[in-house]
Design a protein around this ligand. Structure first.
Ligand SMILES: [Mg+2]
Length: 364
């Protein structure tokens, strides 16, 4: 494929509710949407590491700089022999996986259009029926949390994820378990604990959680290995896994039993598939996590979730979940916690323009 032009579009959509994690509160959804022009088509990709560098060192401004300064010049006007060729072309850039993924996903979208194949088939998916879970931010009180869980269960969500942090963990989880003894329940700690908290975290074992996501440091896999041998709740790594090789090392060290694959964090869909394959071979489960993408990015999470080793419900945000308006039509909506990967979502360019903060046009 030959790319003639790349538009780097910074979008900012007001959110209809505040999402609070141990990183802080978010009220606006900032994203980098990439529009590529080539082979007689236009296609869209997206990645969003949050506006500030709180999830990783990347942020919206670093993405713009890296795409404009380095990724676009490396591929515009050149013939790319598929997605693997794109990885080779941008391999000289260290890290910056969200920036790479924003462009990479647009290339998958382009290939999907060129070949007339839905994304989920293109990535090698096997089952278009996708289970959807919900991730609930830190709530002002346990009662407020219980109410939210009740509402989401009534909507049909297949799995509930709650955020925990030191001081808001044992009591919260035990109250949730008492109220909902049998639901599929997991916790995400977003790196807010240290190995010295092992005894506290082991107290969560009795609540038969589906998994505990990223309890320890963002750059750690060694201590996670020690923690996993001290607790029975399966550890799921998120922030620690950036490459297929990170996944291999974490598995060798026994640092996790599950890996959450966020395509932005790992540089795109091809690396996501590679990590999936390594995990499947080693009996490590996967699921698709998210960064509150717009519908443009949700399409890629839906596609990945059709791969055979995506065994757990995905964090796919429906269009009405956080955004006052989404950028795709039809809206992304689940039915009793299920999505059909065959649904085609078209990018609504009028809404895209409405929520655009700035655009950089890159040409040869
Ligand atoms: Mg997480």
């Amino acid at each position: 494929m030959r790319i003639e032009r790349i538009d780097v579009i910074h979008t900012n959509i007001p959110m209809n509710q505040t999402f609070r994690t141990s990183f802080g509160a978010i009220n606006e959804q900032h994203s980098i949407v990439v529009k590529v022009y080539g082979e007689g088509h236009t296609a869209f990709g997206e990645a969003c590491p949050f506006y500030a560098p709180v999830y990783s060192y990347e942020c919206i401004e670093t993405m713009k700089a890296v795409i404009r300064g380095f990724i676009a010049p490396a591929i515009i006007g050149k013939s790319l022999n598929g997605i693997e060729d794109y990885y080779r072309a941008v391999d000289f850039i260290k890290g910056n996986n969200h920036a790479k993924a924003a462009v990479e996903t647009a290339l998958w979208d382009l290939e999907s259009k060129m070949r007339g194949l839905p994304l989920w088939k293109l990535v090698g998916g096997t089952d278009p029926a996708v289970e959807v879970g919900v991730s609930i931010g830190i709530q002002p009180s346990v009662d407020a949390l219980l109410k939210k869980i009740e509402d989401y269960l009534a909507e049909g969500y297949r799995r509930i994820k709650i955020k925990i942090e030191p001081g808001k963990d044992i009591d919260t989880v035990s109250k949730v378990r008492k109220a909902f003894p049998d639901i599929s329940l997991m916790v995400d700690a977003n790196s807010s604990y240290r190995l010295k908290d092992s005894e506290t975290l082991a107290r969560l074992d009795e609540h038969h959680l589906l998994m505990m996501e990223q309890p320890l440091a963002e750059d750690d896999i060694i201590d996670h290995g020690k923690l996993q041998s001290a607790i029975s709740t399966p550890i799921c790594l998120d922030e620690s896994i950036h490459t297929p090789d990170d996944a291999r090392k974490a598995i060798e060290l026994g640092s996790c039993k599950i890996i959450n694959i966020k395509y932005g964090r790992v540089g795109g869909l091809l690396n996501s598939v590679r990590i999936h394959d390594i995990c499947m071979k080693n009996g490590i489960g996967n699921w698709a996590g998210g960064m509150i993408e717009t519908g443009i990015g949700q399409r890629f999470k839906i596609a990945l979730s059709t791969l055979p080793n995506f065994k757990y419900a995905a964090d796919i945000e429906t269009s009405d979940r956080f955004l006052v308006e989404d950028l795709v039509t039809p809206d992304i909506a689940h039915v009793k916690g299920m999505l059909d990967a065959n649904t085609e979502y078209r990018v609504d360019e009028i809404k895209l323009n409405k929520y655009t903060e700035d655009v950089t046009i890159c040409r040869a």
